[in-house]
Design a binder for this molecule. Sequence first.
Ligand code: NAD
Ligand code: IPM
Ligand code: MN
Length: 359
Amino acid sequence: MKASIALLPGDGIGPEVTDAAATVLCAVAAAAGHQFHFSEGAIGGCAIDAFGSALPDSTRDACLAADAVLLGAVGGPKWSDPKASVRPEQGLLQLRSAMGVYANLRPVRVHPRAAEFSPVKADRLAGVDLMFVRELTGGSYFGKRQRDADSASDQCRYTVIEIERVLRRGFELARSRRGHLTSIDKANVLETSRLWRETAIRIANEYPDVCLEHQLVDSMAMLLISRPSAYDVLVTENLFGDILTDEAAVLAGSLGLLPSASLGDGKRGLYEPIHGSAPDIAGKQWANPLGSILSAALMLRHSLGLEAEAAAIESAVSTVLDRCELTRDLGGDASTSQITDEVLEALRDAHFDSRQAAA
Ligand code: NAD
Ligand code: IPM
Ligand code: MN
C-alpha cells in the first residue's frame, strides 16, 4: 500500500526518537512491499524560532493532508518563560484540535524485564494490561483563560457530545478486550464530572456486555499503583488523563516506553510517545526510542490498517526488551541508535516479510 506520513520531530529528544521510529517504519515498508512517503514539518519551540509560530500553517496543512502524523515532543527550557506570549505546547494543542483527535489511546503493558525498574512490587505488576482513553480536545486545556494582576482562571467546559464520543470509543475498546470500563471523574466536586458520570451511565445502556465502574480520580491515583491488574479500559477527561498516564508509566518501568494514538472519527491519527522533550538528556543519544517505535506500530494498526506489521513491531520490541542491552532509563548503556538497530535485527530474525503481511 501507499501512505503519506507527516513527520514532526519537534524539540529535545523528539528528533532522536522520531528518527528511530521512521527507520523502523521504512524497514517494515521495505520488507512488506509498502510505500511510505514522509514529509517533515516544524512544530513547537523550533518552529517558534524559525517561523514565529508553534504550529506554522504549512505544518498544519501537511498534517491535514497526510494519512497519519508521527510526532516526537515539543517544549524545553528555552521557551518556558511563564511570561512568553507563544509557547511550544500551544502548537501541539492546536494540532490535536485541528485534526479533531478527541480520543487519546495510551496502552500500558508491563514487560517483565522493564518491570524490574518499577518501584512497584513485582506481584502487583503481574498481568497488568491497561488501555487509557484520555479525552484530548476539551476541558481545561481548551477553555477560556483569564489573567489579571492578582488572579487567574482556566475554564473547564465539556459538552455532552464531547463526553459521549470519547466514552463510546472506550466502550468499543472494552468490548474487544476484557469487557471492563472504568470511568474516572471527580463527580463529588465538579459539575463537568457530574455530567461525565451521567453520560457514562446512559451510554453504558448501549453496551450491556461491558461492565461499567466509576472511580473518583484521587482514589484512582492510589488504586493504579496498589492494584493495577484489576483494570482494563480507563476513560477520563483531558487533565486527569494527562496526570494518570504519567503515573501509569511507573508501572511499565520507564516513561520512555509508553506510546499513544490520538484518533477522531476517521482513520487519520496523530501518534506520539507520551513523554516530553526530556531536555535533561537531549542530544546525547540516551533517549529510549521504544515509546516512539511503539507509537509507529499503533499508526500501522489504527490509521493504515496494517495489523500484521503493527504486531511484528510490537513483538520485535518485546524481543529487544527480553534479550538486549537497554537504554539508561532501564539500567543499560545502549544508545538510542543501538537499541533501534536491535529492533531492526529482531524484525529480520522474525523473518517478517510480505507473505506474513498479506496473511
Ligand atoms: P519529560 O517527559 O520530558 O521528562 C521527564 C523525565 O523522564 C526526564 O527525566 C526525562 O529525561 C525522562 N524521559 C522522558 N522521556 C524519556 C525517554 N524517551 N527516554 C529516557 N528518559 C526519558 O517531562 P518534563 O521534563 O516535565 O517536560 C519537558 C518538556 O517537555 C516540557 O516543555 C513539557 O511541556 C514538554 N512535554 C511535551 C510533551 C509532548 O510533546 N507530547 C509531553 C510531555 C511534556
Ligand atoms: C502530553 C503532554 C502535553 C499534554 C503537553 C505538552 C501539552 O504532557 O502529551 O501528555 O499535557 O497533553
Ligand atoms: Mn503529559
